[in-house]
Write a protein that binds this ligand. Structure first.
Ligand code: ZN
Length: 638
């Protein structure tokens, strides 16, 4: 074993060593990205007496993590055998991943709730294996995306070790300036929906918030964030923070690595697999259509290796003068509002990303109790006066009613769904109403990328709303595994699905631009007995929008490369109100909660009319300085 020197500063090391009992057997203290890692030969002592670490965190005001010293880590084969012996068979250990860069062992278990009764927990497993053990709920179908991430991480252990150290040295360097000027450069997603991106600049740091693309835009200068205008070099950037994995917030991220960005990306834990799922699909689709992709799998691997995930609510230094906290945004799994605390507290910025200020079946309502906020940057997607959504129950009942009509007539319903977010909410609705008898019993076929997204939801159930989380983690009433759902695993199965009687088919993509939804659409649309039900917004120019607008003939690509014309005789409807965004009322209610300390509100992420409406309303109701900047503007915060 090579002897590695401590990288942390001498005074930091002295403080740590004097406040930790010798029993902890600390061998090394290192920066690990935004954390300070304590390597110990007796990690269970620190894990069992966790007040020692929490006191240390209070003294240092920095994040601290316990790591196991390399000398006590069993080799992977031995560790595997120990885990197999320790886990009761009924708990069902399905997968183990060794992260050598962090000394972590991630264990996927079907029934984590059964471990305690067998006297096993993460601390005992850490003691036995010498690896820091993390538990994860195993999904019903193995997630290819998570496997892809494990491989990408494992193949770059050494680079990642030095990456974490470099990031730490940059984060924990002493501050040079004391004054706290902040500027916000608007690079995308201002007075428009798409390519969300803004750059926060202080005397010490440059931080990019989101990095999206605008699908359907006509030219590159309208499609991508205007990083060129801000004249920043990618190696000057300290960090990128991603609010959530929708393409309009994250689609440009791999391009940053392609062009040489080498710094960290911060996001929540579920955001990583969800964005990787979208990136891999993008590359695959581009290859299938024979167009050159913006980025390739190599760039996606770089994203994976440079991502540092943070739990909700954890205060984390990301540069010498900025602390970051991610909080629940209620929009999709793992979506976050971004809270930046600049300098010694002169500025607190909350960037909402996309948020829902109301509880849904899947998620809790967006967090609102920030200790301080002076500048709020809020989205306004549904910010027009008429964008008031009916109560969820009404929405659900009219959805169920329209499904019943078709099923009773012996028809089939196709619900095209986006893979990430809406699909899982709809699954919960279908299961609930079929179980209580309101929705006619019929098989529900689930096809496409949404199955992979559901697996990621199950593996990260701790990020879901309280009720659904309990159902997944404890007991056996996981609604995603309901007997009503049948996962379509092979393309040959699709014809069997179509031969059935009345049925509900959920398939990607949500706007009929690709995926298995096209196959079902081609088969079901010509028969007036069937129905097409959209549950998400249809972007102008997409096939879904043409269908919704009443086109009677729709062209589909067919396998032999020819164009197939389909007559649409099945009725088409759109159910409004399943949105993961706040409507006008919810935006105003959210601002009202923050009101006392606000100095300024910046409105973004909406069509011009909606941005203006939200900005005017906030200024009128709350008497607070409100801005609705265009892209390519610099907003100075004093
Ligand atoms: Zn979104």
């Amino acid at each position: 074993m090579t002897q590695k020197a401590n990288t942390a500063s001498p005074s930091l090391i002295t403080t740590i060593l004097t406040s930790i009992p010798g029993e902890a057997a600390i061998t090394r203290i290192e920066y690990e990205g935004p954390r300070i890692a304590l390597f110990s030969k007796n990690p269970t002592f620190l894990l069992r007496n966790n007040q020692i670490i929490s006191e240390l965190v209070n003294t240092l005001r920095k994040r601290v993590v316990v790591r196991t010293d390399e000398s006590i880590r069993k080799n992977e084969e031995e560790a595997r055998a120990i885990v197999a012996e320790s886990i009761p068979p009924e708990a069902g250990a399905t997968n183990i991943f060794f992260d050598r860069a962090l000394g972590e062992l991630t264990l996927e278990v079907r029934r984590p709730d059964l471990l305690n009764s067998a006297g096993v927990d993460v601390v005992t497993l850490t003691e036995r294996t010498g690896w820091k053990v993390r538990l994860r709920k195993a999904p019903h179908i193995p997630s290819n995306t998570m496997q892809h991430i494990y491989y990408a991480l494992a193949a770059a252990s050494e680079e990642r070790t030095s990456f974490y150290r470099d990031v730490g040295e940059r984060v924990f360097r002493p501050r040079l300036f004391r004054d706290e000027e902040v500027g916000i450069f608007t690079l995308g997603g201002f007075r428009e929906v798409g390519r969300s991106c803004l750059l926060v600049v202080t005397k010490e740091s440059k931080i990019l918030l989101d990095c999206g693309i605008k699908p359907g835009a006509s030219s590159p200068s309208d499609t991508y964030p205007r990083l060129d205008w801000a004249e920043i070099f990618l190696d000057e950037l300290d960090a990128v923070v991603i609010s959530h994995p929708h393409l309009d917030h994250v689609g440009f991220l791999p391009v940053l690595y392609k062009y040489g960005y080498k710094g960290p990306v911060y996001c929540t834990e579920p955001t990583l697999p969800m964005m990787v799922l979208l990136f891999l699909d993008y590359v695959k689709v581009a290859a299938g259509e024979g167009r050159p992709p913006l980025y390739d799998n190599r760039d996606i691997r770089e994203v994976i290796r440079h991502t540092i995930t943070l739990p909700y609510g954890m205060v984390t230094d990301i540069t010498s003068d900025v602390k970051l906290v991610l909080n629940n945004a209620g929009h999709i799994l793992g979506s976050a509002t971004v809270h930046l605390h600049v300098g010694d507290g002169a500025h607190n910025i909350v960037y909402t990303g996309d948020y829902k200020f109301a509880k849904t079946r899947l998620l809790e309502s967006a967090s609102w109790n920030y200790p301080r906020v002076e500048t709020l940057i809020t989205e306004s997607t549904y910010g027009a006066k008429e964008d008031i959504m009916p109560p969820r129950e009404e929405v659900e009942l009219s959805f169920v009613q329209t499904l019943n009509e078709t099923l009773r007539n012996g028809g089939k319903v196709l619900i095209p769904v986006p893979a990430v977010g809406r699909a899982q909410e709809i699954m919960l609705v279908l299961d609930e109403y079929m179980r209580n008898g309101t929705l006619m019993e019929a098989p529900i076929f689930v096809d496409g990328m949404l199955n992979e997204a559901t697996a990621i939801h199950i593996a990260h159930a701790d990020y879901l709303g309280r009720e659904i989380r309990e159902r997944i983690l404890y007991g056996d009433s996981n609604p995603f595994l309901s007997e009503y759902f049948t996962v379509v695993e092979h393309t040959e199965q699709r014809d069997e699905v179509l031969e059935q009687g009345p049925a509900i088919i959920m398939a990607t993509s949500g706007m009929l631009e690709g995926g298995p939804a096209l196959h079902y659409f081609g088969a079901l649309a010509p028969d007036p007995k069937n129905k097409i039900v959209f549950v998400s917004y249809q972007v102008p120019g997409t096939r879904g929008r043409r269908v919704l607008d009443g086109s009677t003939t729709i062209s589909l690509p067919s396998q032999d490369g020819k164009i197939q014309l389909v007559e649409v005789k099945a009725p088409v409807t759109r159910i409004e109100g399943f949105s993961g965004h706040s409507d006008y009322n919810q935006i105003i209610k959210f601002v009202a909660r923050l009101k006392p300390k606000l100095q300024r509100v910046i409105v973004n992420h909406g069509e011009r009319r909606k941005v203006d409406n939200v900005a005017n309303a906030i200024s009128r109701i709350f008497h607070v300085n409100t801005l609705a900047p265009d892209i390519q503007e610099l907003v100075r915060l004093y």
